[in-house]
Design a protein around this ligand. Sequence first.
Ligand code: NDP
Length: 273
Amino acid sequence: MDGYPIGAGVELPALGLGTYPMRDEQATTAVAGALRLGYRLVDTAASYGNEEAVGRGIAAAGLPRAEVFVTTKLRGADHGYQETLAAFEASRLRLGLDYLDLYLIHWPLPRIDRYVESWRAMITLRGDGLVRAIGVSNFTPAQLDRLIDETGEVPAVNQIELHPYFPQEPLRTANAARGIRTESWSPLARSSDLLREPVVASAASRHGVTPAQVVLRWHVQLGAVPIPKSASPQRQAENLDVFSFELDQQEMAAISGLERGRQGGDPEVHEEF
Ligand code: NDP
């Protein structure tokens, strides 16, 4: 699986494993199993309450540390400079790792208005060698520009809700224009009606793959990094196996044409702590 350079010597794998809402033994088993199948990117967050379980899964897989790319996220309750430094350390210890690969501000929380302070702390953490790359999640173009204008530091990644029901063309373009890699959360739209959509099903039968593989391939061809969650070893393997076929332009356009709107929170107002 190829990846994308997102900083000096840092490569983001092209597809990863989401871990919400798995916890405890289920999260440990899913992460260890996925890494054994060939996944190299694992996505968690302080707010998922599963960092210890995810860390146990990473350890159980027994891979050299440098081969695994681990992302976690700063929760809303910990916005602020000192708060972010302390929250990072707590996440790092829960994961049982010496360093993390990517740390994201989970939501901008514009009403609280402390994300620039958190961003400054993340710059410090990277300078101290505790995290290799820093980024954001659910940020609008205006919020991205504020970080860049006030600190001079461009986020490596913006992890956003992205799937054929919400293709986010303007935000993907805004990310790319700033040199920011897009990651897709809920890439399968949480396995809703999407996988039964006729344009998805017909592309699947044309290519001899499953509907989920068609959707994940659509992300890959957009240059976005999907992080599908699956607790099932069989579906994990299916989701990873999307690098040996190609959708044509008509198929890509038809899938993007399924647009109907967001399913998750609106970054301008969504609050979770
Ligand atoms: P997904 O789009 O990944 O969908 C997950 C659902 O799809 C699960 O019910 C899973 O069930 C099912 N599924 C997985 N693979 C297949 C398949 N091949 N065929 C059929 N069904 C399948 O949604 P998520 O919301 O979980 O998003 C993925 C990850 O993104 C999260 O786990 C989390 O890490 C991250 N995230 C980040 C957010 C943010 O604000 N930054 C917000 C939301 C999510 P099963 O397990 O049984 O296979």
